[in-house]
Design a protein around this ligand. Structure first.
Ligand SMILES: Nc1nc2c(c(=O)[nH]1)N[C@H]1C(S)=C(S)[C@@H](COP(=O)(O)OP(=O)(O)OC[C@H]3O[C@@H](n4cnc5c(=O)[nH]c(N)nc54)[C@H](O)[C@@H]3O)O[C@H]1N2
Ligand SMILES: Nc1nc2c(c(=O)[nH]1)N[C@H]1C(S)=C(S)[C@@H](COP(=O)(O)OP(=O)(O)OC[C@H]3O[C@@H](n4cnc5c(=O)[nH]c(N)nc54)[C@H](O)[C@@H]3O)O[C@H]1N2
Ligand code: SF4
Ligand SMILES: [Mo]
Length: 689
């Protein structure tokens, strides 16, 4: 290593696995090349195609290089002083005219803990709890259910113990082989090869299916009846763990009552899965020594998302599969720092460390450090903020999110954002959202700044700057500090990210024992309450983090999606991810490698349905819903269930969110991306292959 002094170890900017990689600076300023970091704690040098291609987007010609201000409908370059002053003046004007709750703030899961911490501090010092992040579109329902029933909205276990100690994996609505590629290849697939029995509950056939010993291909949106049939089987056979239920849980009777006389045949039929397979899956999980549950967007992104995840918690509690290595309920978190962005309080109802804004004592302790009063009413969520544009909400400050592409029913999102009196976008690229902004603040990218990020198994790790792309950009940390200093007379005098982290530790109990020095190369897994605390690879060994320390059952019942198929829109339209692209495509579609491998969006349809419609593989089709239409390439495959059509949110030139439904889960306010009613029609000539 000593002969490569310029090697900088940092963390991949894409997904929440948190793989370490190294960068070296190229001949030209701003260019970086990939180098291996073979003892990186999570991945030991292995990277997926996205991680390997990540350096390509650092010095991309599309990078924003100067602050921009909209004047007479056109953007013009501005100085930082002009741009920051304009934003601060407008924010103040809106607050004077309509109060602080007329402004919303979106924090980013693509920036560091320190930076998202500053976004939520900016919002709260401004006087509002209207601050949220992409987790609302992602695992909001999971965080809500886990928080309520177990106490903490995070993975209960870690990749390492899940690889070493689990006898059964129950993977429902998650596709780790494509979306958490290195967690899968380095940990979960190895376990499967060594004999861990894999149950997959997913309508779709995908890379994860290659490991599945049993694949329950349910109809989208029928997870509750399927799991109720699993639970009813377990209770009937006496496979539940009575001792665990008695000693560590409350409200088991709610489950017994709901499942007494439960019609399992009917539930299996609703789900479109054989009862025999359901019973086999129930037996495998309930009789295993250690069973681990994985959950993802297929569960969370429904109007019944919170209840979906609650039913998985019911399953783990009933069988005593919590509090040991190789067990638990494990949401694989999405973006590189979505876990951290939630941990540091960029949420409308929660302060740093998941303390409720309504909790007087928690508010008092943070107020002491911050020196200002925090509002005690939860704020609006991000989709609620967008939808209140021009009415309750007049200004929006977006850091590192692309809601025009990522929120549901996006033609409406675009129209709403145009109603804002002030739209500020702080990003690295001119995104579809930035196009609508009044002021654009150009940030440095992942390879150009330092700080900490927290991965899916709660591991806080350091990111480090390897280069600086030429141009007039600033770190998110600097932009936010300068904005804070313009708006407020105290609390924004930070010299560097570590300075911010020191303040974060004071107000965030689960991070209190973490210091930059302690992070070293291994990082630290929270909760870490003091400097002698080594952190926790798995949670709840002794008790849960609920008020009385006991886990909570809550029985749930089937609720169909908000919009179901009918004569006019006969398909279930579902959306999800592919290995080679990432979220709104802002970064991945700018990577030469990734766009070469998968150049455009597509829609999957089952061969029987394609034959009925006269659609051939590769043909251009128009897919539509009650909200809009998009032209796509048809991919005829039996990987998709009959009656379902499936596409991705990754491509700006074929934005599937024009079609998705903006109905929300009533509790977690997450949109139903996984089920809408759609139709398909043949469009123009077949495309060249
Ligand atoms: N390659 C890649 N990796 C990524 C991302 C990316 O864009 N690309 N994004 C990151 C982010 S932000 C996130 S949140 C994670 C998400 O990672 P995942 O949770 O794996 O995300 P999805 O692919 O959206 O959906 C997961 C699975 O849910 C299934 N599903 C759909 N509807 C239902 C249903 O009703 N019931 C059940 N049981 N299953 C259903 C889908 O078929 C799919 O296999 O990935 C992260 N990693
Ligand atoms: N149909 C459908 N829609 C979905 C989903 C789905 O499954 N189906 N999934 C949902 C989920 S799980 C998620 S998480 C959301 C994601 O939604 P978004 O968070 O809106 O999408 P991203 O593309 O990840 O946007 C990240 C933005 O951050 C910018 N960025 C990158 N690095 C930096 C940086 O260092 N500083 C700053 N300031 N900006 C930076 C990127 O350029 C990009 O514009 O999409 C949701 N939308
Ligand atoms: S698995 Fe995730 S963190 Fe690891 S290299 Fe791939 S995208 Fe990056
Ligand atoms: Mo996500």
């Amino acid at each position: 290593m000593s002969n490569e002094p310029e090697r900088t170890e940092t963390i991949c900017p894409y997904c929440g696995v948190g793989c370490g990689l190294a960068l070296t600076e190229g001949d030209q300023e701003g260019d970086v090349q990939l180098a291996r970091w073979n003892d990186a704690p999570v991945n030991e040098g292995a990277l997926c195609i996205k991680g390997g291609a990540a350096p390509q987007v650092v010095n991309h010609p599309d990078r924003l290089k100067s602050p921009l201000i909209r004047e007479d409908g056109e953007f013009r370059e501005a100085t930082w002083d002009e741009a920051l002053s304009q934003v601060a003046d407008e924010l103040r004007r809106i607050r004077e005219e309509r109060g602080p709750d007329a402004v919303g703030f979106f924090a980013s899961s693509q920036v560091t803990n320190e930076e998202s911490y500053l976004v939520q501090k900016l919002a709260r010092q401004f006087g509002t709890n209207n601050v949220d992040n992409c987790t609302r579109l992602c695992h909001a329902s999971t965080v809500a259910a886990l928080g309520e029933s177990l106490g903490t909205g995070a993975m209960t276990n870690s990749m390492r113990d899940l690889r070493e100690s689990a006898d059964v994996y129950w993977i429902q609505g998650a596709n780790p082989a494509e979306n958490h590629v290195i967690a899968h290849s380095q940990y979960f697939r190895k376990a499967a090869q060594d004999g861990t029995f894999v149950v997959q509950v997913d309508p779709h056939e995908n890379e994860t299916t290659k490991d599945a010993d049993l694949h329950l291909r349910l109809k989208p949106g029928t997870d509750i009846p399927l799991l109720n049939a699993v639970l009813a089987t377990i209770l009937e056979e006496g496979w539940h763990d009575e001792e665990f239920v008695e000693e560590r849980t409350d409200h088991f009777e709610s489950l017994e009552e709901r499942l007494a006389d439960f019609d399992r045949e009917q539930a299996a039929e609703t789900a479109g899965v054989s009862l025999d397979d359901i019973e086999k899956a129930a037996e495998a999980y309930a009789t295993a020594e250690n069973g681990a549950i994985f959950t993802g967007m297929g569960m969370s992104q429904h109007t019944c998302g919170t209840d979906n995840v609650q039913n998985l918690i019911n399953l783990a509690l009933a069988t005593g599969n919590l509090g040991r290595p190789g067990t638990g309920v494990n949401p694989l978190r999405g973006q590189n720092n979505v876990q951290g962005t939630c941990d540091v309080g960029a949420l409308p109802n929660l302060l740093p460390g998941y303390q409720s804004v309504a909790d007087d004592e928690a508010r008092r302790t943070v107020e002491e450090t911050w020196g200002f009063e925090v509002p005690d009413e939860p704020g609006l969520t991000n989709v609620e903020i967008t939808h209140a544009a021009g009415e309750e909400i007049r200004g929006l400050y977006v850091v590192g999110e692309n809601p025009v592409m990522s929120e549901p029913n996006s033609s409406k999102t675009e129209a709403y954002l145009q109603e804002m009196e002030l739209l500020v976008v702080q990003d690295v690229f001119m995104t579809e959202t930035a196009e609508l902004a009044d002021v654009i603040l150009p940030a440095t990218s992942w390879a150009e700044r330092g700080g900490t990020v927290t991965n899916t198994d709660r591991r806080v790790q350091r990111m480090r700057a390897a280069t600086r792309v030429p141009g007039n950009t600033k770190h998110d940390f600097e932009i936010l500090s300068e904005m804070g200093s313009r708006l407020f007379d105290h609390g924004w005098d930070f010299s560097d990210p570590e300075d911010v982290f020191e303040e974060l530790r004071e107000v965030c109990p689960i991070y209190r024992g973490v210091t930059y020095d302690r992070l070293g190369t291994e990082g630290v897994q929270w909760p870490c309450y003091d400097e002698d605390d080594e952190g926790e690879p798995y949670l709840y060994a002794e008790s849960f983090e609920t008020e009385n320390g006991r886990g909570k059952f809550r029985a749930v019942r089937h609720q169909p999606p908000a919009e179901t198929e009918d004569d006019e829109y006969p398909f279930v339209l579902s959306t999800g991810r592919i290995e080679q692209h990432y979220n709104s495509g802002a970064m991945s579609t700018r990577s030469e490698t990734l766009i070469r491998v998968v150049p455009e969006n597509f829609v999957e349809i089952h061969p029987d349905d394609a034959a009925d419609l006269g659609v051939e593989d590769g043909q251009r089709v128009v897919v539509s819903s009650r909200r809009g239409e998009v032209e796509l390439k048809a991919d005829v495959t039996d990987g998709v269930k009959p009656g379902v059509i499936w596409s991705t949110p990754h491509f700006p030139d074929a934005p599937i969110n024009r079609l998705t439904n903006d109905a929300l889960d009533p509790e977690a306010k997450i949109p139903e991306y996984k089920a809408a009613a759609g139709k398909m029609e043949v469009s123009v000539e077949p495309v060249e292959k």
